[in-house]
Design a protein around this ligand. Structure first.
Ligand code: SAM
Length: 224
């Protein structure tokens, strides 16, 4: 386990209070944020800003999402211990660590190999185990489906039907799998939750507006 400094721990607890004031209510999500050392998911020069509620650069024009965004998406996922959760856009590895702290079995995909390698090194050093793959995650990971949760951490222009098809169906009292995905244009996206309600049937809810880096598909012309 990497070192955790009391200074950072104090800042982390202040961040939890900020998130609570901004409307995050799920105590399990807040506890996970209180446990995971976000400062170890950014470059050393940015560590003192790690507990400000802001997105920070992680290289290759990508960012570690704002803590509020991570908390908001995680709350919408309704993660239960043992749930199988697919994350698309590993980035720094921080969101994956939060999902592990909630007891999920985490599968994660990142299209930038150097980011994935750095994220996996951090996660391993902290004792978080994930199943990871380098590549385009926009079509999910059918080999490991169905998932109880799928979280897309980059902005999509539409809901990929392939991701809906990889959500677990409802079983008895257990609700179906949830896809949490920001959907919109290059400037802003609306957080969207799709819940599987039966074979090929889904319920969609749209929520607040966010701004994410784009979800890039393999055949997109932009390749940054
Ligand atoms: N979850 C990340 C974290 O906790 O640091 C935040 C990630 S950042 C906002 C979005 C990430 O999605 C970037 O690292 C980007 O390279 C990745 N990405 C974009 N399109 C992708 C795709 N089609 N497949 C996999 N990763 C993708």
């Amino acid at each position: 386990m990497m070192e955790d400094d009391p200074l950072y721990r104090r800042r982390r607890l202040r961040l939890v209070e900020t998130l609570r004031e901004k409307g995050i209510q799920d105590e399990r999500v807040l506890e996970a944020i209180a446990r995971v050392p976000r400062h170890l998911f950014v470059e050393p020069a940015l560590r003192l800003r790690a507990y400000d509620d802001v997105a920070l650069p992680i290289g290759l024009k990508q960012t570690i999402s704002q803590p509020f965004t991570v908390a908001y998406q995680t709350q919408l996922l309704e993660v239960q211990p043992g749930d199988r959760v697919l994350e698309i856009g590993t980035g720094s590895g921080y969101q994956a660590a939060i999902l592990c702290a909630l007891g999920a079995r985490v599968f994660t995909i990142e299209r930038h190999r150097p980011l994935l390698e750095r994220a996996l090194a951090r996660l391993e050093a902290l004792g978080y185990r994930v199943v990871a793959r380098h590549g385009d995650g926009s079509q999910g990971w059918p080999a490991f489906a169905p998932f109880d949760g799928i979280v897309v951490t980059a902005g999509a222009t539409e809901i990929p039907p392939a991701l809906c098809a990889q959500l677990r169906m409802p079983e008895g009292n257990r609700p179906g799998g949830r896809l949490v995905i920001p959907v919109g244009n290059a400037h802003q996206q609306r957080m969207t939750r799709v819940r599987c309600t039966g074979p090929g049937t889904y319920e969609t809810e749209t929520m607040h507006v966010f701004r994410f880096v784009p979800l890039i598909r393999e055949n997109d012309e932009t390749n940054s």
